[in-house]
Ligand binder design. Sequence first.
Ligand SMILES: [Zn+2]
Length: 160
Amino acid sequence: MLKTDENIWQTGYPECGLTNQSPIDITSNVLVSNASLRIDFLGYNQLISQFDVSNTGHAIQFSYVGEPSEAPQITGTALYGDTLTLSQLHFHWGQADNAGSEHRINGKPFELEIHLVHYNRDKYPTFNDALNAHNGVAVVAVFYMIDEKNVEELDNIVEM
Ligand SMILES: [Zn+2]
């Protein structure tokens, strides 16, 4: 078994064996739909250029450095009515086209996964203050399938 196999992570790191753990395999036959839970995206239709781009060693990360009050936000009943502000986004990908996402759906990995990381700026002054609070941080994950339509846009990011 490879050391990178998440099934054995708990042998060295017991907290990896708990139930609220990443990566998550979203299994559609056990999902329960709840139409009352919503996430609304605010300001995500605007072009934003105020990001610092960095290589974290395991992801490319775009950290928002603009005025926090002008950053995109999420809100809604799924967030208990709180409004959370975008702090950074980063990409997960792999060396093969059939793997790379952190999470899966019905066991299927995706080529690329983007995490939009938000924090509760109304309740915590900084991202680090919010990080360990139960209502401090929310991450929206977006799966990508690479094809001719989006590869050109992704090439721009790879060039950076
Ligand atoms: Zn991530």
